[in-house]
Design a protein around this ligand. Structure first.
Ligand code: HEM
Length: 508
């Protein structure tokens, strides 16, 4: 959200006024109903107005409330918003009674502009069908092998860029580099296309990336702009921009799809390797371009920022904890245990599944990063009918019920007194083997039937990238005194990027 834009400020101001009036009205109505039905509702932590006031430090604000209440309500003009950090409640909404909690018409209407009928925007049969096909595709050896090759190649490419910066002692924004690299990876795996945004050689790709980011930002803005439908009707402001950027995105994606369909039609060779997701979906005989567009854009949104932001927070944690950085480097060295290799690509090539499987400490350090800096900090669901959560408090039809990975990662009642400390060891048993936690406590990947489909894919990519980078370089923050915090967005970006220096690691 661009707070320097006058239109944004006017929209926020009008939202606030309307919120104040309606919250008062609905709070009174709710008290009346509660008295009559003897129903218990969660304590009120504030209003969405207070969320707007605390927008820049939103997750701190909501963590404080979670520490006080575990589950609380924020009053809003149209519905209550229930925020829970209670693992039993999380299990209930994500698994036990999942049929009563979903995206709902509310999220669908907001997201449809960019995500269409893709997996992130829909419920019911539309979701089930895509989940089934996608889970199958993601578990195939072909996709696993192909994506591993892509990750290795892109990790080596990134290491070359870092190496150049290290040689000239240049400060780099590593988050920006991760964003480009993960986009290149998901593009190659998704479409079979070399976008090369990390080197910026593909102009059309650059345009697509900018338009895609603009579209996601405009979609997010709909969540705080109650006038978005009017603006869309009049084709003004953020909605006019969204229309324009979505057109660029669509033109690019449809062109790719048509080219791929043509390529497949013209190919008589049935043994032609169909490794990328698009080709594999087309192979299933579904050639409806709109359906394909939705699937692909949803995978891009899922796979790009999540992995890149996690890698950025991981490097941040390594800079803050040099002892952990050393331990990761030592483990990578032991797990690869090889003679000198000639370049980054050759080293990346020896990162086999077996070698990665030995890296328990690295896996723990990445997981610990996600516990404290979950890529999706808050995840909203809509309640479809009146219900009572396991903690005995009720929620009403139409309420928004959110689990909050960011706040949950910092709760002492879940993780103990050292909850706010970065300690990868908490994930290891006495033999140094990684021990997973209940997904209803560690919620970074969601849980239940809609658990993240790309979890294994993401860990593989993050481990390959981290192993290559930490094996060759020592990372340090460019300015130890500068505070590093998040930017409030759907995904947890480092505000302003992560500026670091890299130094060649001595290979002894
Ligand atoms: C660190 C990396 C990642 C994290 C933390 C993460 C986290 C999440 C979360 C919280 C959700 C639930 C979102 C919702 O409520 O709709 C989700 C869903 C999903 N993720 Fe991931 N994700 C990551 C990487 C990836 C990657 C790389 C892919 C694929 C390339 C992927 C594919 C998906 C898909 C398809 C869903 C939708 C599942 C469904 O609704 O059934 N994710 N992920």
């Amino acid at each position: 959200m661009d707070l320097s834009n006058p239109a944004t400020l006017v929209a926020l101001f009008l939202n606030l006024i309307l919120t104040l009036f309606t919250v008062k009205f609905f709070a009174a109505k709710l008290r009346e109903k509660q008295k009559k039905n003897k129903t218990k509702y969660h304590p009120v932590g504030g209003t969405v107005f207070s969320q707007l006031l605390n927008f820049k430090r939103l997750h701190h604000y909501m963590t404080d409330l979670a520490g006080k209440y575990r589950t609380y309500r924020l009053l809003s003009p149209f519905r209550s918003e229930v925020y829970t950090s209670e693992p039993d409640n999380v299990e209930y909404i994500l698994k036990t009674n999942i049929q009563n909690y979903g995206k709902g018409d509310y999220n669908y209407s907001l997201l449809k502009g960019l995500l269409g009928d893709g997996i992130f925007a829909v419920d019911g049969d539309k979701w089930r069908q895509q989940r089934k096909v996608s889970s199958y595709e993601f578990s195939t050896k072909v996709l696993r092998d192909f994506s591993t090759v892509v990750f290795r190649k892109n990790a080596a490419k990134l290491a070359n860029i870092v190496s150049d910066a290290a040689k000239s002692n240049k400060i780099m924004d590593i988050q920006d580099l991760f964003m480009k690299s993960t986009l290149d990876s998901i593009f190659k795996v998704g479409f079979g296309v070399e976008l090369d945004s990390v080197c910026g050689s593909n102009l059309e790709g650059k345009e697509f990336t900018a338009a895609f980011d603009d579209s996601s930002a405009a979609i997010l803005f709909r969540y705080v702009d109650i006038f978005w439908k009017i603006k869309r009707f009049l084709n003004i402001g953020s909605e006019a921009k969204l229309k324009k950027s979505t057109k660029v995105v669509d033109n690019f994606v449809y062109k790719l799809i048509h080219n791929k369909i043509e390529q497949m039609r013209n190919s008589n060779d049935s043994s032609m390797k169909k490794e990328d997701i698009l080709s594999r979906f087309l192979q299933l005989n579904d050639t409806d371009p709109t359906y394909m567009r939705d699937i692909i854009l949803n995978f891009i949104i899922a796979g790009k920022d999540t992995t890149a932001t996690t890698l950025s927070w991981f490097i941040y944690m390594l800079c803050k904890h040099p002892d952990v950085q050393e331990k990761v480097a030592q483990e990578v060295k032991e797990a690869t245990d090889t003679m000198e290799v000639k370049d980054f690509a050759e080293f990346a090539a020896i990162l086999s599944e077996e070698a990665l499987g030995k890296m328990h400490y690295l896996h723990a350090a990445l997981t610990e990063t996600l516990r404290l800096y979950p890529a999706v900090p808050v995840d909203p669901k809509i309640c479809f009918s009146d219900d009572t959560l396991p903690d005995g408090f009720s929620v009403r039809k139409g309420d928004m019920v959110c689990y909050q990975p960011y706040a949950m990662g910092r709760m002492k009642f879940i993780w103990g007194d050292d909850a706010e400390e970065f300690r990868p060891e908490r994930w290891l048993d006495e033999d140094g083997m990684f021990q997973p936690e209940s997904p209803f406590k560690f919620t970074a990947f969601q849980a239940g039937p809609r658990i993240c489909l790309g979890k294994e894919f993401a860990y593989r990519q993050m481990k390959i990238f981290s192993a290559v980078l930490v094996h060759y370089f020592v990372f340090k923050l460019s300015d130890e005194n500068k505070s590093v915090t998040y930017r409030t967005m759907i995904t947890l970006h480092v505000d302003g990027g992560l500026h670091v220096r890299a130094f060649p690691r001595c290979q002894t």
